[in-house]
Design a protein around this ligand. Structure first.
Ligand SMILES: Nc1ncnc2c1ncn2[C@@H]1O[C@H](COP(=O)(O)OP(=O)(O)OP(=O)(O)O)[C@@H](O)[C@H]1O
Ligand SMILES: [Mg+2]
Length: 296
């Protein structure tokens, strides 16, 4: 049976703006399992970063329950997140390396923070192991300053730092943001390989579908209520979840719209009915696609 590394039940979060309550996360429930890459996706503004901040302990949810690596970090026990933090790593969107420290010291930082008594030689071995794990040669990179690295190299170092404490779980925020497609693919592959080899869990937030489909074992699609869709809820909900293949096969209109070319279905441009890709006449409005110039 699969073991949940992260489990959310009915998590809610609102922000107040001049006494007006704005619900951002509306009863969010899902699991991310050990040994899998779970990708959290959704349109801009749907609350991905808010959820990410809650999970890494930078924001407190209003209600609901959250368990991380079997520790209850729900609102009444939110302080437990400090304990959980020792067991998870975080890969921030732009790496968030300390520019005044060289690569080795950046990776050593979380190690020394948690185990200040460790001997320098041991820390050195740990740093080199982490660099090797992200396929960087320690003798070339250890002494380099972050400013001299390329975007992809910085991401690798940030990943090595996220792995520094041998976490059972890593949270990654937009891992391929700002990278060219080739480098972005190598980072995705690295995350996927690390999850397989180390048996850890990864929860990845992204809106880049290329990246999402190349790494996900499981996908969670959030949807923010929009007036045009006559959505009957406020804020964002988990609209659909499943394996990449299940989502590609989904006939739920927003999933089809969000996945675009990745979906096996398309929406009729006239009446928005869900159609099998390559249809010629819409089963609902009977209009034909030919001549619309729309590639369905
Ligand atoms: N501290 C805050 N105070 C008030 N509103 C906030 C705060 N943080 C986020 N929000 C609002 O919550 C909503 C979700 O924001 P969030 O940044 O989580 O979305 P996102 O899915 O990460 O978007 P993007 O893909 O553009 O990064 C937005 O409407 C945002 O304005
Ligand atoms: Mg965001």
């Amino acid at each position: 049976m699969k073991k949940a590394a992260v489990m959310l039940k009915e998590v809610e979060k609102s922000f107040f703006n001049r006494r007006t309550k704005k619900i951002v996360l509306n009863r969010i429930s899902f699991c991310a399992f050990q040994g899998e890459v779970t990708v959290l996706m959704g349109q801009s503004g749907c609350g991905k970063s808010t959820l990410f901040r809650i999970l890494i302990g930078e924001e407190v949810p209003d209600s609901g329950s959250i368990s991380i690596l079997e520790q209850d970090v729900s609102p009444p026990h939110y302080k437990n997140i400090e304990n959980a933090k020792k067991q998870f790593g975080i890969l921030f969107q732009y790496g968030a390396l300390f520019n005044s420290m060289n690569v080795g010291d950046n990776i050593a930082f979380p190690i020394l923070e948690h185990q200040p008594q460790l001997h320098e030689n041991i820390v050195n071995i740990m740093v080199e192991t982490k660099l090797n794990q992200v396929e960087m040669q320690p003798e070339i990179y250890k002494e380099k300053m972050p400013s001299t690295l390329s975007g992809g190299e910085r991401k690798r170092v940030a990943l090595a730092r996220a792995l520094a404490l041998d976490p059972k779980l890593i949270f990654c925020d937009e891992p391929s943001a700002g990278l060219d497609p080739i480098v972005s693919r190598t980072i995705d592959k690295l995350i996927q390989d690390l999850v397989r080899v180390l048996g850890i869990a990864a929860l990845v937030v992204t809106h880049e579908l290329d990246s999402a489909f190349s790494i996900a074992d499981r996908m969670i699609l959030l949807k923010r209520a929009v007036p045009e869709h006559q959505d009957k809820w406020e804020g964002a909900i988990v609209y659909e979840e499943g394996s990449p293949e299940e989502l590609r096969n989904s006939k739920k209109p927003y999933t089809v719209e969000f996945l675009g070319e990745y979906s096996y279905y398309s929406l009729c441009p006239f009446c928005k009915a869900v159609q099998k890709k390559g249809y010629s006449t819409c089963y609902q409005c009977q209009k034909t696609r030919s001549g619309t110039g729309i590639n369905c």
